[in-house]
Ligand binder design. Structure first.
Ligand code: SF4
Length: 157
């Protein structure tokens, strides 16, 4: 079973109340191959909600409110669900402080990116679950690679 960031499947759960629909991801959910999860919603955060970035290991809003505890709790709950469904691979929304994979915003709220993982991505990697962004997933599809195969070629570990 795959898990996917819920916003990629069309759930309007992003901080700005929008989704980030990737039709190919939504199709995986519709056909029962993937489970959509949003750790920030699992943490009990509202939608819409303030934009948050990782800053020195903390999760801060632009006004400096510290939501680290909520972000950790949401990611831990999502990890428990991933374990429950036997998740081996995850498709995660790029750049997010929670779901980002390899590259995230740098904590200055200036649109600047830096190397790093969202907190859910970090937990999934620790669990040896393969993770990729929607961008890598789409490239994989275009190239005709099989994401669900044992060793997908473009999945980050
Ligand atoms: Fe999407 Fe993840 Fe942000 Fe939820 S936490 S809105 S699933 S990127």
């Amino acid at each position: 079973m795959l898990i996917v960031s819920a916003c990629l499947a069309g759930v309007q759960c992003r901080y700005n109340g929008q989704d980030f629909l990737i039709p190919e991801v939504a199709e995986l959910v519709k056909t029962g191959q993937a489970l959509p999860l949003c750790p920030e919603i699992l943490a009990g955060l509202a939608t819409p909600r303030p934009c948050v970035e990782q800053c020195g290991g903390r999760f801060l809003t632009i006004k400096g409110e510290d939501l680290t505890s909520e972000y950790r709790d949401g990611a831990k709950t999502a990890l428990k669900i991933a374990r429950l469904v036997g998740c081996k691979t995850a498709i995660l929304k790029s750049k997010s402080p929670t779901c980002g994979c390899g590259v995230i915003y740098d904590g200055t709220f200036s649109g600047t990116l830096t190397a790093g993982d969202g907190i859910l991505c970090t937990l999934l990697k620790q669990e040896k679950i393969k993770v990729c962004t929607e961008n890598k997933f789409r490239l994989s599809n275009i190239a005709g690679d099989k994401l669900l195969s044992e060793q997908p070629p473009d999945i980050q570990r």
